[in-house]
Design a protein around this ligand. Structure first.
Ligand SMILES: *Cc1c(COP(=O)(O)O)cnc(C)c1O
Length: 433
């Protein structure tokens, strides 16, 4: 490889690709028709923060919201689904529903979306960051185990990039230490761990329907659970719970300050159509993913993140790849990630280097200031908790972020195998320069 080669676009040569990349477009005629139907009905939402029936309004929302939840239960073979206006809201509601709060530690991933670590703090609990696997990008049971204390009451595991985390190990720890498990499946629609849909293994699963996810309704989410009380608590937190519990005679009112996390009928109508298309869109995306992964194989310097969980049955673990992450090993490649991917991107590509800065390095953790007076860290219940908000706390996350991880987003629809060929050609051109 000679990065000074004048044929390379970075040195003024002709780029492999000039065609622009397209964002994640997943909606079509079906969604338009579904929206028109709701608009014609006149009721864009049918939620009401009360158990007193006042048709067509209801505490559980309108037909579209309830239909979406029912379809979600069928698709995921779970008992209850509770829609939300975002997965951020869903994560907050999950922490609340599980009764976590002041004095509790919740183990979270440092290498994920910010709300995962904020969710515990909303209720006064403290996030503790465990390291992730270099192979899957998700929390490792070994790293979690080292951080468990008598105050560990929750684990919020993310199936990062749509690659299932090691749930057997995590659930075994949870059982042994009586810890609640939330699965963040924002990026993992349809992914399976040993044959089971992710999201249905822990206590509550949270799926995002944000515009960037594999299926979407602009903003939205669905929580799943098999526990009837958790389902009710999620529904209370979604919909002004404190105004309802008295009349309902529900006694376990801790954390039942309600918010408004309700989904509109419009969003639910789009989400219904998107769920119908999920399997088809996943299969199309996986074709692109595996064609790209195949093309990377001839280079020793690239290692895809794709953990196999060694189960006996074939294909039982199914990653669904929200994006396609891989490691670039600079020692083998001979140049830094920055040098290599600046040259590749100059060929008309848009590879991302790294994902998010490990969360514990953000000011909110460095300064321990979430709320006024340093709460929740400064609360008397939390004062003795030993946090791990320092550089080096999660070496794998830092290694992936600062040195090795590269993300290819162009395995998303509506891209095609031809687009994947462009991407591989750009990599070949630079590596063979
Ligand atoms: C997108 C995302 C969220 C938040 O989802 P919203 O619906 O946008 O609030 C949470 N966790 C992960 C891992 C995500 O990718």
């Amino acid at each position: 490889m000679n990065l000074k080669n004048s044929q390379l676009a970075i040195n003024g040569g002709k780029p492999v690709r000039t065609k622009i990349w397209i964002d994640n477009f997943t909606c079509g005629e079906e969604e338009k028709r579904a929206l028109a139907e709701v608009i014609d009905s006149g009721y864009l939402s049918k939620f009401e923060g009360s158990h007193t029936p006042d048709p067509p309004f209801s505490f559980y929302g309108g037909e579209k919201v309830q239909k979406l939840e029912q379809m979600w239960c069928e698709y995921y073979a779970c008992q209850y689904a509770v829609s939300m206006n975002s997965a951020t809201s869903g994560l907050y509601a999950a922490i609340g529903a599980l009764g976590l709060g002041f004095g509790d530690e919740v183990i979270v991933s440092p290498y994920t979306m910010s709300a995962c670590a904020v969710a515990p703090m909303i209720y006064g609990a403290i996030p503790i960051f465990a390291d992730i696997s270099l192979e899957s990008g998700s929390l490792m049971p070994e790293a979690i185990e080292k951080l468990i204390t008598p105050r560990t009451k929750g684990i919020l595991v993310v199936h990062q990039f749509g690659i299932p985390a090691e749930m057997d190990g995590i659930m075994a720890l949870a059982k042994k230490h009586n810890i609640k498990v939330i699965e963040d499946c924002a990026q993992a629609h349809g992914a399976k761990y040993k044959g089971k849909p992710v999201g249905t293994i822990g206590d509550i699963g949270v799926f995002s329907l944000n515009v960037n996810k594999t299926i979407q309704t602009g903003e939205g989410a669905v929580c799943v659970t098999n526990d009837e009380d958790l389902r009710y608590r999620l529904a209370l937190i979604r919909n002004h719970g404190e105004a309802v519990v008295g009349a309902a005679g529900y006694e376990n009112i801790t954390n039942i300050l309600g918010f408004n996390y309700r989904m509109t009928e419009l969003q639910a109508a789009v989400a219904i159509e998107q769920l119908k298309k999920l399997d088809h869109m996943t299969e199309l995306r996986l074709e692109l993913v595996y064609s790209f992964a195949e093309g990377l194989k001839k280079y020793d310097c690239f290692v895809p993140l794709q953990k196999c969980h060694n189960c006996s049955c074939e294909n039982a673990c199914k990653p669904t790849f929200y994006v396609f992450p891989f490691r670039y090993l600079p020692k083998i490649g001979g140049v830094s990630r920055k040098e290599l991917f600046e040259a590749v991107n100059a060929e008309g590509m848009m590879f991302y280097q790294g994902y998010v800065r490990p969360l514990y390095l953000q000011p909110i953790y460095q300064q321990k200031k979430a709320f006024k007076h340093g709460y929740p860290f400064a609360a008397s219940e939390n004062k003795d908790i030993r946090t791990n908000y320092f550089a080096g706390a999660c070496p794998n996350a830092e290694q992936l972020h600062y040195e090795e991880m590269v993300i290819n987003e162009h395995i998303r629809l509506p891209h095609t195998l031809e687009d994947v060929q462009d991407i591989l050609q750009a990599i070949d051109k630079v590596l063979n320069s």
